[in-house]
Design a protein around this ligand. Sequence first.
Ligand code: HEM
Length: 182
Amino acid sequence: MGHSRADPTPKNFGPSPTRTGLRRGPGPAFIKETFRLHPSTPLSLPRIANESCEILGYHIPKGATLLLNVWAIARDPKEWADPLTFKPERFLPGGEKADVDVRGNNFEVIPFGAGRRMCAGMSLGLRTVQLLTATLAHAFDWELPDGLNPEKLSMEEAYGLTLQRKVPLCVHPKPRLSPEVY
Ligand code: HEM
């Protein structure tokens, strides 16, 4: 006789995260938009020029340290409509960037870098962020303390090698599944 397990999906809350759901739909678009506006390493990793060269009229001397401003590229108003607004739908079918991904193929958003020395752990990193975000959204309802309005939440960033929130995030998770599935 098999033992029964509690269904982790409460009524009216939709299905659990699936592999398909992690690749397409609003979830991935939401995560792409987060990587666009708040890339984890805003200046990527420094590079050193092997040779002197000229790029778009700029002379780059041999040995120069080069920083790529990934943060600014992903907010370039020539590339992005309404660049400072969080709009995941730009990555959905019919959106201005429906075919753009964050895997180094589209240079306007490269949170993992691009080319031969891009992030070696990109697939693991991306899947971890997707799975963790989907699981947290599925398992909890989230509330801001003191009735704070999400629109008023400070999204200011503190400058550093990795991007941090200037004001730490404080949220209250409320379990929404049966206790035995946590
Ligand atoms: C969300 C998670 C992650 C982000 C946003 C990220 C981002 C980056 C970026 C921007 C670079 C520099 C790429 C360049 O210079 O063009 C990099 C390099 C690198 N990352 Fe990640 N990374 C993440 C997760 C990981 C994980 C999980 C691992 C390992 C398991 C990893 C391993 C590496 C390595 C080894 C390099 C150096 C590659 C090289 O220089 O050839 N990363 N990462």
